[in-house]
Design a protein around this ligand. Structure first.
Ligand SMILES: Cc1cc2nc3c(=O)[nH]c(=O)nc-3n(C[C@H](O)[C@H](O)[C@H](O)COP(=O)(O)OP(=O)(O)OC[C@H]3O[C@@H](n4cnc5c(N)ncnc54)[C@H](O)[C@@H]3O)c2cc1C
Length: 428
């Protein structure tokens, strides 16, 4: 099942390796803004802070971009999982409208940023196809499009008879297309963003874990593996990798492993028949599978949650392969060249959050839809950290919930995955 040169690292790292190690001690030990985490959130915040003239340092525990930002599926959506009606019920009309607008703004922001900065990362507005897992799901799709749930998105229905133009599988009962959704090469985007942050004047340090944060003289003293750093303000950009140095955030973010495989290169005629478009593909199950062609159109990248407990990529790889073959039986003999995992940051209300506590700013909880949203929220939290009023978001205005006895270890994950699996089998 595995190719001879199989790797347990992301396929994306072939084009944009992340091994860079910044050498030596920290040249600057007193800064205006220290940012913890070098993913899209941290680097976007750094661009804002450095461009506003603040001395800025980004501190990363591992190699730069080690987290989800170079491991994801590269699918860009409008990120918010609820419609206006549900959000209005929860937060009232004004905040609900703000959240919906910011979902759309996040998708537009990342497109504009990539164009303005000239980042070569295969950004493409290819749209997304959502496959209906059961006839009932298809009916729900039809009625929600008819009811205008996806306002201004241009979403449209694809009946089962028209499926071959979208996807070469008989597993779905039709589906729907979101034409404005986009995709990119996540690690090339990260590499370009890192260049922009550095060019703006931010210092970025790899292998420099922050091991403690103390308040001191109206600012902060950070302990790091490369020595202490004094910072007037701190931006926490650790999402699914949030740890014990910030227990308040750790109690609110649920780290969940997501898994992806890349296939070996496929014959052109085969991949064109199975995936005639460059769209992102998801389906309507609770345990969602997400997949697409690689930017060079030679491979399929297939992701999802396939295990109750967190699993080794050598174990998750064959399970993903099985799901892929269930959809596309012609891939039964196709080998896996890469299998990897990364941590998604979920939240108890399935929404992202931003805020601050007297100089400690945070943006996190993208619930698996963070390529556009973490870029946008990183930009906004960077603005907040430099007192730019444009930084305020609707997500600052909603409570960031936790649950009693939860301290960062999602013990409830295995039973939830099991329940979702059973639910998906019913087709309800
Ligand atoms: C497998 C997978 C597939 C995904 N697919 C998609 C997709 O197709 N579309 C989409 O929109 N979203 C997707 N996502 C989600 C998206 O990748 C994330 O939401 C986004 O990358 C989050 O960026 P971030 O900068 O907030 O966090 P990350 O990129 O995770 O960065 C956090 C960083 O903080 C560092 N860190 C943690 N603690 C410390 C410390 N104490 N000191 C220093 N550094 C620290 C970590 O090492 C890490 O590098 C996916 C995620 C995964 C894992």
């Amino acid at each position: 099942m595995f190719t001879d040169d199989f790797k347990e690292t992301p396929y994306w790292w072939e084009a944009a390796p992340i091994a860079e190690r910044t050498q030596g001690d920290l040249p600057r030990t007193k800064v205006d803004i220290a940012i913890i985490g070098s993913g899209y959130t941290g680097l976007q915040a750094a661009v804002q802070s450095a461009r506003a003239g603040r001395s800025t340092v980004v501190l990363e525990a591992e190699a730069l971009g080690f987290g989800a930002s170079t491991r994801n599926g590269g699918q860009i959506s409008t990120s918010v999982k609820f419609g206006l009606a549900e959000l209005t019920k929860r937060y009232g009309q004004e905040i609900a409208e703000g959240i919906v607008q910011e979902g759309q703004a996040s998708r537009d922001y990342v497109e504009q940023f990539i164009r303005d900065e000239g980042i070569e990362c295969h950004f493409k507005v290819a749209g997304r196809f959502d496959g209906a897992h059961s006839p009932r799901h298809y009916k729900k799709m039809v009625s929600s499009v008819a009811a205008g749930r996806y306002q201004n998105s241009g979403a449209y229905i694809v009946p089962e008879a028209e499926m071959p133009a979208e996807l070469g599988t008989k597993a779905y009962h039709g589906g729907m297309v979101f034409p404005r959704h986009a995709n990119l090469h996540p690690a090339l985007y990260h590499k370009g963003l890192l260049g922009v942050a550095r060019a703006a004047g931010a210092e970025v340090h790899s292998h420099c874990a922050v091991t403690g944060i103390k308040r001191q003289n109206g600012g902060f003293l950070l302990s790091t593996l490369k020595g202490p750093v004094e910072a007037a303000r701190v931006v926490l950009a650790t999402n699914g990798y949030t740890g014990g140095i910030t227990p308040w955030q750790q109690r609110r973010v649920i780290p969940i492993g997501s898994y992806i495989i890349a296939t070996e290169e496929l014959p052109e005629a085969l991949i064109d028949r199975l995936m005639p478009t460059d769209r992102n593909i998801c389906d309507s199950r609770k345990l969602v599978y997400y997949y697409r062609r690689s930017p060079d159109r030679k491979r399929i990248l297939f992701g999802g949650r396939v295990s109750l407990q967190e699993a080794d990529p050598k174990v998750s790889g064959p399970r993903l392969h099985r799901e892929m073959v269930h959809l596309f039986p012609e891939l039964a003999d196709t080998k896996i060249s890469h299998s990897w995992t990364g941590k998604v940051g979920y939240t108890f209300d399935t929404l992202m959050h931003a805020g601050h506590d007297d100089g400690l700013f945070y943006a996190m909880g993208y619930c698996g839809s963070g390529v556009g949203m973490s870029s946008y929220m990183g930009m906004r939290i960077g603005q907040q950290a430099v007192d730019d009023p444009r930084g305020m978001t609707a997500f600052n205005k909603i409570p960031f919930p936790t649950r009693p006895f939860y301290s960062g270890n999602p013990w409830f994950l295995a039973p939830s995955v099991m329940a979702y699996r059973l639910w998906d089998r019913t087709g309800l």
